[in-house]
Design a protein around this ligand. Structure first.
Ligand SMILES: [Zn+2]
Ligand SMILES: [Zn+2]
Length: 173
């Protein structure tokens, strides 16, 4: 490949390692199979490695789901960390639980229930995580289970507000 085929605008932005021919002038990674650019000290990944010679994260197949905060993905994510995570989280303060000290001399923060979406990059649909604040104490749910739990919680809250059981549900005593 010739340097004349290389975008001039890109050359102005190369790092020292790229200029020295240590890393690929296109993607910035150390090439598995370096290919020299004629007329320059630059190297690029061999053409057969085009699928990982890209500006995006090499293990990621775009697009991310619309809800993913994809700025967290990076080349150094290990296999178990390669998942889409929702940027959105739902947080509900839990005033009946013990508060959490946010650091020595800092104030206490109420415990809270938190909800977010997660999907492994090889998984076909998201899971919904629900748990306690900054902990791993929680569980994953399908969308159907989440809706069922939401309805169940609403039923429990409704019961606290009634003065008597609805007629249809009243027990004879
Ligand atoms: Zn490359
Ligand atoms: Zn993503």
């Amino acid at each position: 490949m010739s340097i004349s085929n290389f975008p001039p605008a890109k050359i102005a932005t190369l790092s020292e390692a790229q200029k020295a021919g240590t890393t690929c002038a296109r993607c910035g990674r150390v090439p598995l199979s370096p290919q020299s650019l004629d007329g320059a000290d630059l190297v690029v990944c061999a053409d057969e490695h085009a699928r990982v010679c890209t500006d995006s994260v090499f293990w990621l197949t775009p697009p991310c789901p619309w809800w993913c905060g994809s700025r967290w993905h990076s080349d150094h994510d290990r296999g178990s960390d390669r998942h889409h995570m929702s940027e959105w989280t739902g947080n509900v303060p839990l005033v009946l639980e013990d508060g959490n000290e946010m650091g020595s001399g800092l104030s206490y923060q109420p415990e809270y229930a938190t909800v977010h979406l997660v999907q492994g990059v090889r998984e076909t649909e998201p899971r919904i995580w629900c748990g306690k604040g900054e902990t791993n104490q929680g569980w994953y749910m399908t969308p159907a289970e989440t809706r069922e739990l939401a309805a169940t919680l609403s039923s429990a809250a409704d019961m606290t507000e009634r003065q008597a059981a609805p007629l249809a549900a009243a027990k004879a005593c």
